[in-house]
Write a protein that binds this ligand. Structure first.
Ligand code: 48F
Length: 264
């Protein structure tokens, strides 16, 4: 029995974290990046009864939501995605000057999405970077992870591995997992050239539509959502409007749930 409070705290943290991590070494869906699309996907899949974990490089999950537009901490969301915000309990205000559009406090949105995903049962590993993919039987079958501070300090420390039935690239603009698949696994992605086409400049309406349209599987076991899906197929950027990101998260969760349900 531990007597000192200092020891009780340390032991509780180490043992709880170890149990949580061991419990997530083999999962249904591994989502890379806890931005808005990844967080919506995680909540939806967790509510569907699937085992899902998010791996996020930053200490604070939430991706590009926190900063609003140019650090003005508000974002815009369209009517089509308000139901998703409501599911998370995030409030929105209709814009009088632009019917069908709503302003949302970016801090409430980021914190609401994080709480919604974790409360639904998705496990979130923050300050953890995905540095490689597991490539088995011509499919992407998991992630190679390491502590983000280890990555940043360029320490020579070997990573650990998480095995999953599906991997989702929710890494935003850099589409890092698709890059790893293309560059390191040297596979042809399901794009017109087999490679990442790369993001185009600002054109908000098209970018919003293509973010949802391009949310799909790009290699067996590997899906993309959010800005990553837009980038891989050469979509336009859209700035601080977030309906497409939220809807993309819903879409990728639905596509993967369909596959998992077939296998059940
Ligand atoms: O970029 P991000 O918010 O992803 P998203 O869901 O949303 C995009 C919007 O925020 C915004 C936009 C709308 O105008 O274009 O950019 O597509 O979040 C991506 C998260 O992935 C993490 C990164 O820290 C960020 O929080 N991430 C990126 N690469 C890795 C990673 C990696 N290799 N390992 C772990 N996390």
């Amino acid at each position: 029995m531990l007597k000192d409070l200092e020891n009780i705290v340390s032991a509780a943290i180490v043992s709880s974290f170890s149990r949580k991590f061991i419990d997530n070494l083999e999962i249904d869906v591994a989502i890379v990046g806890a931005g808005p699309s990844g967080l919506v996907a995680a909540k939806t899949l967790a509510e569907g009864g699937f085992k899902v974990a998010l791996f996020e490089r930053n200490l604070a999950p939430g991706g590009g939501v926190w900063g609003g537009g140019m650090l003005f901490n508000e974002v815009v969301v369209q009517q089509e995605a308000i139901d998703i915000l409501n599911e998370f309990g995030v409030s929105s205000k209709p814009l009088e000057e632009a019917p069908g559009y709503f302003s949302v406090d970016s801090v409430e949105m980021a914190s609401g999405l994080i709480f919604g995903a974790t409360h639904a049962g998705a496990r979130l590993f923050n300050a953890m970077s995905v540095e490689d993919v597991v490539f088995k039987n011509d499919a992407i079958a998991g992630l190679v992870v390491n502590w983000a501070p280890v990555e940043r300090a360029r320490m020579h420390v070997d990573p650990l591995v998480v095995v999953s039935k599906f991997v989702v690239d929710g890494t935003g603009h850099p589409c890092e997992v698709l890059n790893l698949a293309s560059r390191k696994a040297r596979v042809q992605l399901d794009t017109p050239t087999g490679e990442i086409l790369g993001e185009r400049p600002m054109q908000a309406e098209q970018g919003e539509a293509s973010t949802v349209e391009y949310t799909r599987e790009y290699y067996p076991g590997l899906y993309a959502c959010g800005m990553s899906a837009n980038n891989v197929m050469g979509g336009y950027r859209m700035g601080p409007i977030f309906g497409g990101m939220l809807r993309s998260g819903k879409k990728v969760a639905g596509l993967i749930a369909e596959q998992l349900n077939k296998a059940r």
